[in-house]
Design a protein around this ligand. Structure first.
Ligand code: NAI
Ligand code: MG
Length: 500
């Protein structure tokens, strides 16, 4: 399954960072312990070994960080011009570019994604920073006509809203943090970022780099800690103006409730159970690996994973055979093994959750045709590995087809007609992603129009560009990621009437 000789040895910078062992909060540019002194263990999911201790911040620390963010927002940072903020983002781009190997190794060690994946994310991360740099000078208002008597001039500004609370998950923080950092720096907001307790290290390292290239203290603060303490305190803090959150729908609901305290506007990217619809005329040479990796990429820990694979009846058998054959070729192994295509799941908790869904699928009557086991071979024993799993004969109302599993579990659901595929595809509380594979463009377009989701792919899966963006509908949340609309969460509109 993997070879010892292809293991990547850590570069000096990554080794030095990881060997700190203790990681503080970052408040007002200072590395500080939690006020309570509490820490929490952080683990390498490839081995289960403890790699360090994070400060376990709570409400007191969140309050300190929000005060620092507020002071920065009202202080010198508010006088930075759009060009100066753009230059800062350009320097950030170059610093991330120069240090990317270190960052990729830290991310892989911390959250398990294979180094091939974290290295390959470089282009996406750099594109995102470029996109947000371009937005610094694009945030403009309007002068507007009016019908008022006299000589009244009317205009609007887009003003930075203030302090942004960012709460992000563990499935790819090296990339995911930029949706928040980029937009905040582009608009002149300040940030308190609460990374996931299972994957905080790349966020801390990036925040460190930003300070090295001239980010003023207090503009970006990082409070590590648990969701129920640090996350909850941030989402209900009365002096946080907006929250950008990515994570589970359940936690999203709690954040919506907490937002009532001060009427916070939210950007929410929540769970998914995205349909991937494969017609009998599809090019299976593309559709089989495309649909499989649309589920298995990042070991299934992607919000828009295409976990419900609807396959048209005449090709169900062929598809199942081919997808099982493909799945058996996928190399699962430690993140730092250069050959690994999939790494471990993030945690023992997530491993138990995924295994219990696999067990449930069998009990619900789905047919396991491949994978479905915890992997414990050579070098894998302590880690949280699940073999990529395919269920055939799945019905859309089974729990494995309704609930977000967040693991490498693909469900094949047969369908007959286009209308049936659309109806089944929409029979879900979620509305994040979806795809269609066919050579018939009008069929593709009917599916694109028919599926209620924030993003659709045709003959591909999972492509994202920050200029285009994506987002969710239904229980998958609201507020765009990417595109011009992304900036709306960080701005408010101020209209001005001038008489004379
Ligand atoms: P989660 O949604 O609880 O965690 C995401 C972030 O929210 C973390 O930073 C966490 O500390 C924080 N958080 C947790 N409770 C909070 C609260 N009450 N107030 C404010 N912040 C809070 O997800 P978790 O527990 O890590 O994973 C459970 C399941 O959630 C997964 O199996 C998966 O199905 C889903 N999930 C979905 C993600 C997505 O991108 N759609 C990402 C992560 C998890
Ligand atoms: Mg970790």
């Amino acid at each position: 399954m993997h070879h010892q000789d292809s293991s990547v040895s850590l570069c000096d910078a990554a080794r030095e960072f990881l060997s700190r062992g203790r990681f503080g909060l970052l408040i007002n540019g200072q590395d500080v312990p939690a006020a309570s002194g509490a820490t929490l263990e952080t683990v390498d999911p490839s081995t289960g070994a403890v790699i360090g201790h994070l400060a376990a911040g709570d409400g007191v620390d969140v309050d300190r960080a929000v005060k620092a963010a507020r002071a920065a927002f009202q202080g010198g940072w508010s006088r930075w011009t759009a060009y100066e903020r753009q230059a800062l983002l350009q320097r950030a781009h170059d610093a991330i570019d120069r240090n990317f190997e270190e960052l990729a190794q830290i991310e892989t060690t911390d959250m398990g994604a294979p180094i091939s994946r974290t290295r390959a994310s470089k282009a996406a991360v750099l594109r995102m920073i470029q996109f947000f740099a371009s937005q610094c000078t694009a945030v403009a208002g309007e002068t507007l006509p009016n019908g008022l008597p006299g000589d009244v001039t009317t205009m609007s500004f887009n003003a930075p809203v203030g302090v942004i609370g960012g709460i992000i998950p563990w499935n790819g923080p090296l990339n995911g943090q930029w949706w928040i950092l980029g937009a905040a720096l582009a608009t002149g907001c300040t940030v308190v970022l609460k990374p996931a307790e299972d994957a905080s290290l790349s966020v801390l390292r990036v925040a460190g780099l930003l300070h090295e290239i001239g980010l003023p203290p207090g503009v970006v603060n990082v409070v590590t800690g648990y969701g129920s303490t640090a996350g909850a305190a941030l989402s209900r803090h009365p002096d946080v103006d907006r929250i950008a959150f990515t994570g589970s729908t359940d936690t999203g609901r709690r954040i919506i409730e907490a937002s009532a305290v001060n009427i916070k506007k939210l950007q929410l990217e929540l769970g998914g159970k995205s349909p991937d619809i494969i017609f009998a005329d599809a090019d299976l040479d593309k559709a089989v690996p495309g649909a499989a990796m649309g589920v298995f990429a990042n070991s299934g820990q992607i919000c828009f994973a295409g976990t419900r694979v609807f396959v048209q009846r005449p090709i169900v058998e062929e598809f199942c055979q081919r997808v099982a054959a493909f799945t058996r070729t996928v190399r699962v192994g430690p993140g730092l093994n250069a050959d690994s295509q999939l790494g471990p799941l993030i945690s023992g908790r997530q491993l138990d959750r995924v295994l219990s869904y696999i067990d449930l699928g069998g009990r619900e009557g789905a047919k396991l045709i491949c994978g479905g086991e915890r992997m414990r071979g050579d070098n894998l024993a302590g880690g949280y590995y699940v073999s990529p799993t395919v269920f055939a004969d799945v019905a859309n109302d089974m729990r494995i087809a309704r609930e977000e599993i967040f693991g490498p579990v693909l469900s094949v659901i047969p369908f007959d007609t286009l209308d049936e595929a659309i109806a089944l595809g929409n029979q879900t509380e979620y509305g994040l992603g979806g795809a269609v594979w066919t050579r018939d463009i009008s069929q593709a377009f009917k599916v694109v129009k028919g599926i209620q989701s924030g993003v659709m792919w045709v003959n591909c899966y999972g492509l994202i560009d920050p200029l285009v963006g994506f987002g969710g509908t239904k229980h998958s949340g609201y507020g765009a990621k990417g595109g011009r609309a992304h900036l709306d969460t960080y701005l408010y509109r101020k209209t001005v009437y001038i008489d004379g």
